[in-house]
Write a protein that binds this ligand. Sequence first.
Ligand code: PMP
Length: 289
Amino acid sequence: MIYLNNKLVPENKALISVFDHGFLYGDGIYETLRIYKGVIFKLEEHVHRLFRSAEMIGLKIPKSAKEITKAVYKTVKSNRQSEAVVRITISRGTGPLGLDPSLCTIPTFVIMSHAFRNYPAKYYDKGVPVSIVNTRRNYGPALDPRIKSLNFLNNVLAKIEAKGNASHEALMMNYQGYVAEGTVSNVFFINRNGVLCTPGLKVGILDGITRSIILNIAGELKIKTKEGCFRRNDLYNAEEVFLTNTSMEVMPVTCVDDVRIGRKAGNLTGLIHIKYKEKVAEYIGDHKS
Ligand code: PMP
């Protein structure tokens, strides 16, 4: 079942207009959430980011945070899913042709939930290859990467390039040539001094919810961290590299372009992932009721 505007409808009835400005202009926003044991992980953070994205594009969400939470649980329950990935999509709505947002009066509101399918175990055991692509991450003053917008062409073009290289993820640089992020993930690496590094928010990236959990975990493990500006060589010379996002959690990287990562024994990525899973378990325990 799909939650469309104010009700649950079967998938084949979940239809929107060809005049929807989300379809016509990519005018809208979204969030992806993960459900563990029937509990939405970090719900508040995701809803908060959803409202921030909406504000940044001048879109008024037709529901309160509480109503959205209820609707998400209703959708997941109706689909009888306890391990799931949920996407909330809100577009500007239906209106005549033309870019002016005021042409649309009611935003289109959709919640979709899919049973979570584990990534192949070997991705976590061995890692995945990634490549640094030529497509640059959106220039902030043109389209701020903090907006989780439906206008995803920047990332799609990067993904097309990475597919050509048979890579799992495409890493994009920002307009200045600093490493920014993946098409759907943030990137971390451990340098030769054991410092956990990740591009700073000023580079022009999405402030991933998983990213901030990882930085907290590093603090708890007394691992030094650095958020800053990094070049491709920093990744090539790293001891470990990993990707993070809500659905893949912490995924190790085997090679960046043609460079194999991990010349030294020791696996901080694995330890961080274990701690992440502990945090999930703790959160689920605390929010079960
Ligand atoms: N960067 C981009 C471009 C993304 O689409 C995502 C996925 N939402 C992320 C980073 C990771 O964010 P999160 O940890 O909140 O899923």
